[in-house]
Design a protein around this ligand. Structure first.
Ligand code: HEC
Length: 218
């Protein structure tokens, strides 16, 4: 049994190591899915800078409007793009998989579940890890995902802002991607607090009842 566990561990270890791509230490994203203002900014950034290549086909605009407390007009004007026409549409991308493959050699993946698949800190670190590299076909490379095919679309934004400002934007963007990967999560976490509160209150009558029952037995 012991040997089996060791073998499993040894087999899993390289898989875990390669699953994260490069070997640099991950930065803390510091995201907060209860911060609606940050989520709204992240949504705008996603649509403006990422959705041209990356669809999020499991996320519906309607849901964003409701969860992020945005008006329908606001969502229609600022977030509905690239062939989407109504609130019941999901987030499309401006490019087909074939176009992506022709342009970058690999189709940009759908990012709805990316933050769950890779983890929030991975996404944040990835966005913070692009650097100039003359040998790369796009002129940029990434410490976390070496030889990445994605062009560094925020190069200008990054160079024209202070580091703090850019970090905040990437935190907002990561935050939105975390929310998008599991939109029910803020609700679930809030519900968890009520459930715990309820259990604590329930403890009092349960304890009194227990005393009452045991009185005769003692
Ligand atoms: C011009 C097209 C394009 C744009 C715009 C773009 N990406 Fe990408 N992205 C790609 C391509 C192509 C890949 C695949 C890279 C590879 O596999 O080497 C990719 C890969 C990724 C990955 C890694 C996926 C994985 O787990 O393997 C993440 C995360 C990502 N992009 C996030 C973003 C975010 C966030 C934005 C917006 C700031 C964005 N991308 C904008 C083309 C794009």
């Amino acid at each position: 049994m012991k040997r089996l566990i060791i073998v499993c561990f040894l087999l899993c270890f390289p898989m875990l190591a390669t699953a994260s791509g490069g070997s640099i230490e991950l930065m803390k994203s510091g995201y907060d899915i209860h911060d609606k203002d940050s989520l709204r900014k992240g949504a705008k950034l996603y649509i403006d800078s990422c959705a041209s290549c990356h669809a999020a086909k499991y996320m519906r605009y309607q849901r964003i409007a409701k969860d992020l407390e945005m008006t329908d007009e606001d969502v229609m004007t600022n977030l509905v793009r690239y062939g989407a026409t109504k609130l019941s549409d999901t987030i499309p991308s401006a490019m087909t998989a074939e176009m992506g493959e022709t342009a970058f050699g690999v189709a940009p993946p759908d990012l709805t579940l990316e933050a769950n698949y890779r983890g929030a800190d991975w996404v944040y670190t990835y966005l913070m890890s692009f650097y100039k590299d003359e040998k790369a076909s796009t002129g940029y490379n990434n410490h976390l995902m070496p030889d990445v095919a994605m062009p560094w679309v925020l190069a200008y934004a990054q160079s024209s802002k202070s580091e703090e400002e850019f970090k905040t934007e990437m935190r907002d963007l990561t935050n939105f991607m975390v929310y998008m990967a599991e939109p029910i999560r803020p609700y679930r976490e809030n519900m968890g607090k009520y459930v715990l509160g309820f259990l604590v209150i329930l403890l009092i009558p349960t304890w009194l009842l227990k005393n009452e029952y045991w009185k005769d037995i003692h």
